[in-house]
Structure formats: C-alpha cells, structure tokens
Design a protein around this ligand. Sequence first.
Ligand SMILES: *Cc1c(COP(=O)(O)O)cnc(C)c1O
Length: 385
Amino acid sequence: MRIPFNKPFIPWFSFVYLVRGLYSGTVAGNGKYTKKCHAFFEKRFGFRKVLLTTSCSDALEMAALLCRIEPGDEVIMPSFTFMSTANAFLVRGAKVVFADTLPDVPDIDPAEVEKLITPKTRAIVVVHYSGVACDMDRIMDIAARNGLFVVEDAAHAIDSYHNGKPLGSIGHLGTFSFHETKNIISGEGGLLIVNDAEFEKRAEIIWEKGTNRAAFYRGEIDRYGWVDIGSSFLPADLVAALLYSQITRFDNIQSRRKKVWYAYQQLLRSLEEKGLLKLPVIPGYATVNGNIFYVTLPSAETRDQLIVFLKEKGISALFHYQPLHSSIYFAGRHDGRELPNTDRFSDTILRLPFYNTLGKRRLRYVAETIAEFFRQGSPGKNLSS
Ligand SMILES: *Cc1c(COP(=O)(O)O)cnc(C)c1O
C-alpha cells in the first residue's frame, strides 16, 4: 500500500467553475468569484471585512504594511513556524524577536511574549499551529496593556475556534492560506481578515496597488487615483473561481477531514497509553479543524527512524518546521536565547499522511505500521522515563 502525505482534493466540477470564471466578464482580480468568496467568509464566520490574496504570505505582508511596521520596530512571533510569518515583517525592516512555545502545545507561550516586550515592540504575531488556537485571552490582554497590534497567522486554522470565536477574527488582523496543503485550496491563495475598523479603507487601497479603485467600482467616488503605497495583492478571478468550487463543498470537506483526525486519535491512543508517543494536546479553549495530524516521539532519533520505517512500508510521514531562530538565514541574527520547547517540538514532531479521502483501511494500516515499529524495538527512550 502506498500512502502519500497529501492529496489535493479537487471536486470533479471544479473545471465547470474555472470555465464559468473564464467567461464571467472579468478574468483579472476583484471579479464575480472574488466577491462570492468574500461574501462566503464574511457571512459564514462573521468577519468584518476580508480580501482574497495571492497567498497567505502576501496577506501577512499586507498586515505588516497596515501596522505601519518601520525599520527598528520589534515584532514578537514564534520560532516554530513557516518563514513567511517572519519574512512579511523583515521586508519592512522589522526586528523579529522569537518567543518559545508552550511546553505541551506547539503554540506561542504568552508568558514568554510578555518577557520580550520593549518600548520598541509594535506587534505580536501568533500562529495557530495545526489549527489549534493559541491562548488568545492572554495574548489579547498583553497586547491591550502594551498598546500592540495582534496579527493571527491562521494559515492552518480555518473553521477552528477559540472559546467559540473563529480563529482569524480575534486579533486586529488575521490571515488564511489556500495553498494545496491546507483545508480548502486554490493552488496558491490566501485571505486577509480585517477585524479593526481602523484598517478597513487602507486594506483595500494597499490591495489594489495603492489606489482607491475598489471604492470607485462601488460608485463611491467618480475617479480613482494613487493615494497610498501598495502592491498587487489580489488574485485573478479564475483563482477565486477555483476556491469557490471548494467553498460549495466546505462542510463536506471539513467533516471528512475531522473524521480523519479523530480516527488517528482513536487508533493511536493505545500507543500513547503505553508511553511510546504523545498525541496532540487540545486546550479547553481550542477546537480541532482537521488541518494536519501529528504525533510527538520521545526523541529525534526515534522520530527519524520511524520516518524511514514508514517510508519502507510505503507511508509518507514528515517532520515539520526547522526553528526559524536557528535557520541558515536567521541564526546569525538571533539574540542567542535558547528556545527549548521549540527545539523539542522540531526534533520530535511527526506529521502523518492527511487528506480528505484517506479511508479507514489506510488509516488502520498507518496505525498498525507505527505499532509494528515499536514492537520491533526502537532505541529511543520511553516517554515516561
Ligand atoms: C502555509 C503557511 C503559510 C504560507 O501560506 P502561503 O499561502 O503558502 O503563502 C504561512 N504561515 C503558516 C503557518 C503556514 O503554514
């Protein structure tokens, strides 16, 4: 049996939407399907305002522009994330300050954030790893007390919640990704979520190359011009049409993905009880959205040997982020602080195959193969020792 890590889910009727998108009158950005996608997100999750972007990386760059990040401003974020989280602020000249994660959840630790605040701090960026919410009550409280912006990198976190509130709607700004490895996809794609009225007008201007063209199209002004800095952050309407074809199956996609997540949890519970691995910890304020499923192994050696063992059995499982603070680009720029939880998660997390159509037989095969690995005796230490 061969089980890939990911299989992009493309509903058969996607081509119908692409063809409709081609002949809808606008193939450039902000056309019919862009508006349909915007309406879906605003209605379904109650977001104040959203803008489709060409990627989550771009949505993060928009967030940095909206926060008016300038050279020397400090931005606190986790080291355990994708480089786009940091790049967006670095290209504005920010000094990125990496905070460690919680010990049991690979999400930023609010106590660590608080320690890193200086008079130069402008923003906190949180990443809801694998769709599991960060401790947003504490983060928002720290931000309010210190007059800081909060940006939620919710790339993994569509349809996930913090005490009932949709992720992406809690900070001043939020971002989603529709890259082919995320829950709903358009090849490449993203979304900026604007929760603070202060940013509403300017977000639209930055999105459209620094012009007020969006207001012009709504008939609010009689001609448009260059009013601010910006870039071309909007995707072609064709990309929006592809995303819309996924949106028409949103509930179906989500229920399939959550089923896969809970199936893994159930199938691997006995290995956790034996102390051989750990399952994801879901804090009481958080939910599961079926983004990825990971386990934590007792050591880097065990994790790496398990990857090889699974590969020999046709199963593609992957490690995750190399900590950004020790990356080739950033190591020389980091202030030298140790981030032990980040390093441990990076060394020991293993992501298992995850896609919408992953069925029971294959899920059982993955779980049984992991059990077989431990039966054959791994050199790693027992978790409880
Ligand atoms: C995938 C991802 C991104 C980047 O998304 P793109 O749409 O590929 O730009 C950013 N942050 C995190 C945490 C991600 O997982």
